[in-house]
Design a protein around this ligand. Structure first.
Ligand code: ATP
Ligand code: MG
Length: 474
């Protein structure tokens, strides 16, 4: 896919303009605070209807303007489409080819961007919530329908938490209401959980291969997904692949055949009740979400985040042989069917209810799960070097792009926000060799054009005080 033109007005500090990017590498250089990231954010926003650095879309509006608009003309499979996002204080309007999009899920899926920002580089050691958001962004890119399930989950979760804290409610009414919430939550949680787990299984072979190439450290790298609430559903992604023990929908024949088949992931259809992203009016006017966490990532619950990771330290204290066998058991759910996941989640919610009431918060569910990166069978937080952590995320991003390109049969547009300044020369070299070797359009920002190791196929722009101008290649 190719962004043929990008128009912005009223967007942060960017001066209204229309940009015609080149088909391969578009390099935006400028000093700090000039608007380079704002430009990537505009492109990201018109594609995903979210920002990657603000929870509220209205933050994107210039402080001097009442509204912001971004338009992108995107060519895909010979077809040119026009994506439009208008944000004002109280609403956002979304149009595809000048028409209202219904259902809004149709807006997503044809136009994919992958963002790689400096903040991502240390995500392997970031808080559990940040790691979940990182994973969810990738899952959403692959399966846009994931967003509505995740947002609906979050909404029910919020209501359940309000109910848990409502001390004025009669006990019988509260229990009856919680029963209803538990059913709804378990159903949505199962969709979220399955989408995440499927995604991890898909990306893992690409990730491992890329890491070996980048880090050259001869240590095995692993991804592990730990479910909260003793569900018996933890997933050691690498182990499930190597052992080939898992059966049914969990089995992973090979990366090649899996990718050529249609995804096992169901398109998470918008639930009929109160769909988050459906359009209340013909203008597809969407009221700005009230929840702070909505746009920054579907599932976050920063306040009740456990700061330590007790289960990890427990498993580390076991001898390796025992650890492996107990993990093996944990990584073998009876089946990946939604109904069985839902049943397990419902049981966990029921079991946790007393503790939830005491804490006034829901302690089990995907908003508490943990994505863990491991190196040499150790959690990276206490083991990996900074360089290894960065290599891991570089590997993840390379894998994410490869997976998207193969699944959609078309490379996503890459937004690379000043990443080179955070990488050592060798890894920076890898990054650009990787980019040169893959097809697709890239938008790259930098303060130092010399970091951008691209001699050909590039179009240069200078960003100064929100003005973007074509410039000659340095
Ligand atoms: N809503 C807004 N309205 C107007 N200006 C804004 C708004 N939000 C941010 N800015 C301005 O945008 C500028 C920051 O832009 P941006 O983050 O794109 O910089 P950058 O070029 O990426 O810098 P760096 O190299 O430091 O990352 C700042 O000058 C900031 O004041
Ligand atoms: Mg920036």
């Amino acid at each position: 896919m190719l962004v043929r033109s990008l128009s912005v007005s009223g967007f942060r500090n960017l001066v209204p303009s229309t940009l015609e990017p080149g088909e391969r590498f578009n390099v935006f250089s400028g000093d700090n605070g000039q608007g380079k990231t704002n430009l990537l954010e505009a492109l990201y926003a018109v594609c995903t209807l979210r920002s990657f650095r603000s929870s509220r879309l209205r933050d994107l509006i210039s402080i001097h303007e009442p509204s912001a608009q971004v338009r992108a003309q995107v060519l895909r499979a010979g077809l040119e489409r026009k994506y439009e996002l208008t944000i004002s204080e109280r609403s956002r309007v979304v149009r595809l080819d000048s028409k209202t999009v219904r259902p809004l899920a149709r807006y997503f899926g044809e136009f994919n961007v992958v963002l790689f920002a400096p903040e991502d580089l240390l995500v392997a050691r970031a808080s559990p919530g940040e790691r979940r958001r990182f994973l969810d962004r990738a899952v959403f890119n692959m399966h846009p329908g994931f967003l509505s399930a995740a947002q609906d989950y979050e909404k029910v979760l919020k209501n359940r938490n309000i109910c848990l804290r409502d001390e004025g409610m009669k006990r019988s009414s509260r229990d009856a209401l919680l029963d209803v919430y538990d059913q709804q939550l378990a159903s949505l949680a199962a969709q979220v959980l399955r989408a995440r787990r499927d995604y991890l299984r898909s990306i893992e072979p690409y990730f491992v291969r890329a890491f070996d190439l980048i880090a050259r450290c001869q240590m095995p790298v692993e991804l592990r997904y730990q479910s909260s609430g003793n569900l018996g559903l933890d997933l050691d992604v690498s182990e499930s692949r190597w052992s080939g023990r898992l059966s049914g929908p969990l089995s992973e024949p090979s990366s090649e055949s899996r990718l050529s088949e249609p995804s096992s992931e169901p398109r998470l259809s918008e639930p009929s009740s109160e769909p988050r992203l459906s359009e209340p009016s013909s203008e597809s006017r969407l009221s700005e979400p009230s929840s702070e966490s909505r746009l920054s990532g579907p599932l976050s619950e920063p306040s009740s985040e456990p700061s330590s990771e007790p289960r990890l330290s427990e498993s580390r204290s076991e001898p390796p042989s025992e650890r492996r066998s107990s993990e093996s058991r944990l990584s073998e759910p009876p089946s990946e069917s939604l109904s069985e996941l839902q049943e397990a989640l419902l049981q966990a919610l029921t079991a946790s209810r007393r503790a939830d009431l005491a804490r006034g918060a829901t302690l089990v569910g995907p908003h508490r799960d943990l994505l863990e990166f491991r190196l040499a069978e150790q959690p990276v937080a206490s083991f990996a070097s900074q360089g290894q952590l960065r290599a891991m995320i570089l590997a993840w991003k390379s894998a994410e792009m490869q997976l998207l390109a193969e699944t959609h049969d078309d490379p996503p547009v890459l937004l690379l926000d000043d990443v080179s300044s955070e990488l050592d020369p060798e890894r920076n070299q890898y990054l650009f060799e990787f980019l040169k070797g893959r097809p697709g359009q890239c938008f790259i920002t930098t303060t130092h054009p010399s970091f951008v190791l691209l001699a050909s196929d590039r179009r240069d722009f200078r960003v100064k005080g929100g003005v973007i101008e074509a410039s000659s290649t340095p």
